[in-house]
Each structure stands twice: as structure tokens, then as C-alpha cells.
Design a protein around this ligand. Structure first.
Ligand SMILES: *Cc1c(COP(=O)(O)O)cnc(C)c1O
Length: 333
């Protein structure tokens, strides 16, 4: 395994003062439902509104010999790389396609990055990000399959166990697996018998399908309330796939209806505005899909959501996701 506890402790020093120290707070409502103390690690409080700043900062710190950094992402990873590079005085080039909405382009620019618009598809933008390391000496930061990124995300595991060494179960939202690999690596190095569960939505869960198949597979990407959990794991995956295979104790899937309900619970009971991707752990507990024993923590990974969708959810209206409609209902405990 190419990421160790020592790498994660080094990452903790690299991100110190910028992306560390988010609160770990109990949720009384979910604790009562789960029958155990249930803790929320609030990565939605990060400067960019998501945990991806941790991995990006550690990768930027490790790219000192590069002329700058690059990636292809209009989401939380792109925001993390832009902010991390600006914080460390490094050039960042974020590649995106012509189809990306202006608001997203402006958001990344406002964080101090150069935006390079190429072609009319995500693939064209990705190809540009692949060219830049050779052409302009930039280091390409993968959102999940990079040892420095995984080590950076792993600092969340360190912080949870430093505050609460008695935590017995970690429920981790799972997409490309950088977060789950890093957190599980840190947690199991410190506390080998801790249980780490990776949780995804039941439509288009690439890591789940890949782990079941025993090798990376492609899945069709479909719209989800947990949109930050969409996308593939890369057919050439080197690190996050083998680490998730070795370190995760269980995998679970939750439905769009369960995510909808959990977003309402987190909003009305804990007063937290968070992306659908964050609530998959709560959703699994509330739906009775997992029995937890002992103090349990989940990671509230980010808050960068579509406010129109969020407003529909918290006011109990239907949400249409491609060919699927999630039937709404007003919140009632
Ligand atoms: C990226 C992301 C995840 C998933 O992280 P992976 O490392 O890709 O598994 C979960 N939640 C949010 C908000 C994210 O941006």
C-alpha cells in the first residue's frame, strides 16, 4: 500500500492552519434514532465548503518543483485546487468544457485560478489537463487517485480519532474513493478494530460496482441528489481502488428517497445545509440499513449544492432527476 499513517501525519502538517480543525458535533436526533452517540464531522465548514481542500493543499505542497498545478473539475475538487494553489502562491489552471455554466466558471476564477476552456465535452477538457504536465510543466492533481490527495483526505480520520478515540464506526460517503481510502488508512492504523463503511447512492455507484466485480468497471452516470458521488473511478485506477478493497469493512447503497429524507432530517433537526452526498451515512442509519454499536461518526463532506433543488427538498416538493422523480413530502419527525 502506497499511503501510510506517516504520510497522513505529514499531510496534517501541510494543511495546518488552512483546512484543518473542522468541528465534530453530536446530532441528538440521529443519536436517539440510532441508539448510539452519532457524531458529524463538519467539512461543510471548510473555506471552499468541502473537504477536498485537504487533499488539494497536500498535493500543492508536494508539487513544489512543478510550475503549477492543473485539474479538470468544475466541482469541489476544482474549487479545492484553485483555493489551495492561491493559498500557497502557486499557479493553477482548471480545465473545463464550453458547456460549463458561467456561474461555475466565475466561481473557480474568483478563487484565483486560471480557467482554460477547451472543446464541448468533459473528455476534451480532461485531455487538455492531461497535456499540460508535459507542455507547461504543471502537476495534474487527480480528485481521488493520487497518494498526496488520499493522505490529505485521511487527515479527517486523524482528527476524528484524536477528538474521540472511542469512535467504533465510521460511515464514509464513497465516490472515487480518495476520501474513504485516506480516512480508513488513518483510522485503522490508529485503531485496527474500527469499522469503516463506504456508502454510495444506488444509481451509478462506480466504486461499489468495481469492488463487487474485483476490478474497475464503468457505470452509466445518472443524475442524483448525491451528485458529488457521481462519476467513474478510472479504468487505470492505481490507488484508491486497491485501498478501498483492502480497508473498507462494508459497502452500502441508499436510494434517492432515503437521501431526500436524510437531507430534510439534517436540515430540520441539526439546522445544517449540506449536499445530498453528505447524508448517505445518515440515510443508511435512518433507513435501518445498518446496525451500529458504539459511538459512530459520519463526514458531512460539503455544502456546494444547487439551492433550487435544496429548496424543493426542504419544502417537501417532488424533485426530478432525469427520468426519475423523487416523490416529495413535507418534513415530519
Ligand atoms: C468528492 C466528494 C465526495 C466523495 O469523495 P471521493 O474521494 O471521490 O470518494 C463526497 N462528498 C463530496 C461533497 C465531495 O465533493
Amino acid at each position: 500500500m502506497q499511503v501510510t499513517l506517516a504520510d497522513i501525519m505529514a499531510a496534517a502538517r501541510a494543511i495546518g492552519g488552512v483546512a484543518d480543525g473542522t468541528p465534530l458535533v453530536p446530532s441528538p436526533f440521529i443519536s436517539a434514532r440510532a441508539g448510539v452517540e452519532f457524531l458529524l464531522k463538519l467539512e461543510n465548514m471548510q473555506p471552499i465548503g468541502a473537504f477536498k481542500l485537504r487533499g488539494a493543499l497536500n498535493a500543492v505542497a508536494g508539487a513544489v518543483d512543478a510550475a503549477g498545478v492543473t485539474c479538470c473539475s468544475t466541482g469541489n475538487h476544482g474549487r479545492g485546487v484553485a483555493h489551495a494553489a492561491a493559498a500557497r502562491g502557486m499557479r493553477a489552471v482548471i480545465c473545463m468544457s464550453e458547456l460549463v455554466p458561467k456561474a461555475k466558471v466565475d466561481g473557480i476564477r474568483a478563487l484565483g485560478a486560471e480557467v482554460r476552456i477547451t472543446g464541448r465535452s468533459q473528455d476534451a477538457a480532461q485531455a487538455e489537463a492531461r497535456r499540460l504536465p508535459e507542455e507547461e510543466g504543471l502537476y495534474e492533481i487527480s480528485p481521488f487517485d493520487d497518494p498526496l490527495v488520499i493522505a490529505g483526505q485521511g487527515t479527517i480520520g486523524l482528527e476524528i480519532l484524536a477528538r474521540r478515540p472511542d469512535v467504533e464506526t465510521l460511515l464514509v460517503p464513497l465516490s472515487g474513493g480518495g476520501l474513504a481510502a485516506g480516512v480508513a488508512c488513518a483510522a485503522k492504523a490508529i485503531k485496527p478494530d474500527i469499522r469503516v463503511v463506504g456508502i454510495s447512492m444506488d444509481r451509478g455507484a462506480a466504486m461499489y460496482e468495481s469492488l463487487r466485480a474485483g476490478h474497475p468497471v464503468e457505470v452509466e452516470e445518472v443524475p442524483s441528489l448525491a451528485d458529488s458521488l457521481g462519476g467513474g473511478i478510472g479504468m487505470e485506477n492505481r490507488l484508491s481502488f486497491p485501498m478501498c478493497r483492502a480497508l473498507l469493512d462494508d459497502l452500502l447503497l441508499v436510494s434517492e428517497e432515503e437521501i431526500y429524507r436524510a437531507m430534510q432530517v439534517l436540515y430540520y433537526e441539526d439546522r445544517i445545509v449540506a449536499e445530498g452526498a453528505c447524508v448517505v451515512g445518515l440515510a443508511a442509519v435512518l433507513a435501518g440499513k445498518i446496525a451500529v454499536t458504539g459511538p459512530t461518526a459520519t463526514i458531512i463532506t460539503g455544502r456546494n449544492l444547487d439551492m433550487e433543488v435544496f429548496t424543493r427538498v426542504v419544502t417537501g416538493r417532488d424533485v426530478t432527476l432525469g427520468d426519475k422523480t423523487v416523490k416529495g413530502a413535507p418534513y415530519a419527525a
